[in-house]
Write a protein that binds this ligand. Structure first.
Ligand code: FDA
Length: 309
């Protein structure tokens, strides 16, 4: 990544946490091109998109957007929405699980209260034979997120897992422990702004780390989700899977809603398990800005869509 792109990315990621920009954006509804990456503002719209994906052989993971909450009443409201979502998935019969953000459940405000909310969700999902993924946020929450999943599993709630980010220097160590515990993991490159002391600043190092994580995990045979749109990483995953004789049922690819859709459909046609991450809700702004930061060309797309109106 060149210096200008890095600066641009860093500026956008700083904007993802800007409250004023967020409140202006959320008043615009899903305009500004965010509709390309967000399925809608309501659960019904998200379930509808999940159904359409299922028709193409693509599973879904649904995420009710929201992060950086300010009090536990908000966390309570988000928890209720996810419980409603689990019922919605069950009632509609779509092939989907859910992804949640630990801080959205209050983990950053009060660890015990956050844990209780997450536990209630995972517990309900268990009775519905569903699965809950704890997304990985920025580095202050890495250990707490992994520990939360560990604690849930120790309580018999094994229908949960988390995410390991290749850009973090600690990830290989984390993955070794998590794999020994047979915890379900999603591997990603990493989407937040992190200091060089703890994260690789160079994309080449991130890619190398991602490849090491993928091969270590596939070799272990523990169920893994490889979440990327990078065809080199997808080819690497296929290469490792065939080299280690891994059954296609013990891993899945994951991609984000609205990104590289033809590639998602192609993997489904090739017989791979593929799941699309479908975000919905009114608090779409930080998620949207992180997607812009990942690819500067997206800004051009957004600018064009605004002027087309
Ligand atoms: P890379 O960024 O190199 O992209 C490869 C190619 O994909 C690009 O050249 C472009 O063609 C396309 N592409 C990628 N991003 C695009 C975009 N925004 N718009 C348009 N095209 C794009 N991160 C995290 O920190 N915690 C988490 O919990 C998760 N969860 C998660 C779930 C799922 C299902 C996915 C796919 C990703 C995440 N991520 C995440 C985000 C992840 O860390 C990473 O930022 C993005 O996936 C982009 O990295 P790629 O591996 O796609 O490669």
């Amino acid at each position: 990544m060149d210096r200008v792109t890095r600066m641009f990315r860093s500026a956008l990621l700083a904007m993802a946490g800007n409250r004023v920009a967020e409140s202006i954006a959320s008043r615009c509804g899903l305009k500004l091109g965010a509709g390309r990456f967000v399925a809608g503002e309501t659960m019904e719209q998200a379930l509808d998109q999940a159904r359409k994906l299922n028709e193409k052989g693509i599973m879904a993971t649904l995420d009710h957007l929201g992060e950086g909450i300010r009090d536990l009443t908000e966390a309570q409201r988000y928890k209720e929405e996810v419980l409603r979502l689990l019922d919605g998935i069950e009632a509609s019969g779509v092939d989907a699980n859910v992804s949640i953000k630990p801080t959205q459940m209050g983990l950053a405000l009060n660890e015990e209260a956050g844990y209780a909310h997450i536990r209630e969700i995972v517990s309900k999902a268990k009775t519905l034979r569903n699965f809950v993924r704890l997304d990985m946020e920025n580095s202050p929450y890495t250990s707490a997120t992994i520990e939360t999943v560990r604690r849930l599993r120790a309580e018999g709630l094994s229908n949960t897992g988390t995410v390991i980010q290749a850009y973090l220097r600690r990830s290989e160590w984390d993955l070794r422990r998590i794999t020994a515990e047979k915890m379900n993991v999603r591997l990603v490159k990493g989407a937040y702004k992190e200091p060089g002391a703890i994260a690789y600043p160079d994309m080449k190092d991130v890619d190398d780390s991602f490849k090491r994580l993928i091969s270590a995990r596939l070799r272990s045979g523990v169920y893994t989700a490889v979440a990327t749109h990078d065809e080199r990483m997808i080819e690497w995953t296929k290469f490792c899977a065939s080299g280690f004789d891994v059954s296609p049922s013990s891993f899945e690819f994951q991609m984000l809603y609205g990104i590289r859709t033809p590639l998602q459909e192609r993997l489904a046609r090739e017989g791979f398990r593929i799941r699309c991450y479908v975000p919905y809700g009114r608090m779409w702004y930080p998620y949207f800005v992180r997607r812009l930061a990942e690819r500067p060309a997206n800004l051009l797309f957004i600018t064009k869509s605004i002027f087309k109106r």
